[in-house]
Write a protein that binds this ligand. Structure first.
Ligand code: AMP
Ligand code: MG
Length: 267
């Protein structure tokens, strides 16, 4: 089995104590990708039923430092699932219009509709991460957001959405290697921005902001999962397993057909 790391609601989290290279179970890259393929086959079938059932939805929230692998995870975990039942949204710096509303406005509009699996590449958590680290709004304002997030997520869950919040946990050294790889490979350079280096200097502040976000918003209705992510194949395996386990637990059902369809022949 491969499992993400979970924390009891209300408990403290020391991210420095969680090894980003940790592996649960006897996995290597090849066996991981074989398992991911098996998982996808089952998830595809369950996602089909979720779509047919049209009652509930799943929202996977991906957060992590630059280069933690949000894009790669989406590519691997959703490949093979009917695109029509997936909604992928990446959150960038808010537009003027978005900024002119409360921080959850753009988020709520983007949640998956019933029957769908949604993935957030960054999320409302940026509003207590980058915003906190850079003091983009006064402290008195971001301080209240943890509570607002918990209330918002409760609203979603009561509306029959299952939230799967993943923190892709990488080490500072791994980030250095991945940023350097982006610089060294002309085909990857587009992903690099000089601002990434400025953000990297704030590594400790970000880790602290992540710690507080995970601690404050790790609720029973919407728990956080910490994914050891220094090895890409293991990160992909854990998230693919999480999606499959979530769908299995939901056990979506194909709805009953209209009555009286037996024996009808289409002419
Ligand atoms: P990327 O994910 O590399 O495309 O970068 C998106 C950028 O948008 C990151 O630097 C985020 O920190 C930033 N971003 C996302 N949401 C917010 C937000 N609510 N406020 C400020 N910056 C944000
Ligand atoms: Mg970036």
């Amino acid at each position: 089995m491969c499992r993400p790391i979970t924390i009891k609601p209300g408990a403290k989290v020391d991210l420095a104590d969680i090894d980003p290279r940790r592996i649960d179970g006897d996995w290597d890259k090849d066996s991981a990708y074989e398992q991911i393929e098996r998982n996808t086959e089952q998830s595809r079938e369950l996602a089909y039923r979720l779509y047919a059932e049209n009652r509930r939805s799943v929202l996977i929230v991906l957060q992590g430092m630059d280069t933690a692998g949000k894009d790669g995870t989406i590519r691997v975990v959703l490949t093979g699932i009917n695109p029509q039942s997936c909604q992928i949204v990446a959150f960038k710096q808010p537009s003027t219009e978005e900024r002119d509303h409360d921080f959850l406005w753009r988020i709520h509009k983007a949640v998956p509709r019933r029957g769908n699996i949604g993935i957030f590449n960054r999320s409302h958590y940026e509003d207590v991460l980058v915003v906190r680290v850079h003091n983009l709004v006064p402290k008195s304002e971001w301080k209240t957001r943890y509570r607002r997030i918990n209330e918002f997520e409760e609203l979603l869950v009561e509306g029959r959405m299952t939230l799967v919040k993943c923190f892709l946990h990488i080490s500072k050294e791994e980030q250095r290697e991945r940023l350097q790889a982006r610089l060294d490979n002309p085909d990857k350079r587009w992903k690099f921005s000089k601002a990434d280096l400025e953000e990297r200097k704030l590594w400790d502040d970000y880790q602290d902001a992540y710690r507080v976000a995970v601690e404050s918003c790790n609720t029973k209705h919407a728990p956080w999962y910490i994914i050891p992510s220094d090895r890409k194949w293991y990160r992909n395996l854990v998230v693919s397993q999480l999606l499959l386990d979530t769908l299995k637990q939901m056990d979506p059902q194909i709805p009953d057909a209209e009555e009286g369809l037996e024996g009808i022949v289409v002419e």
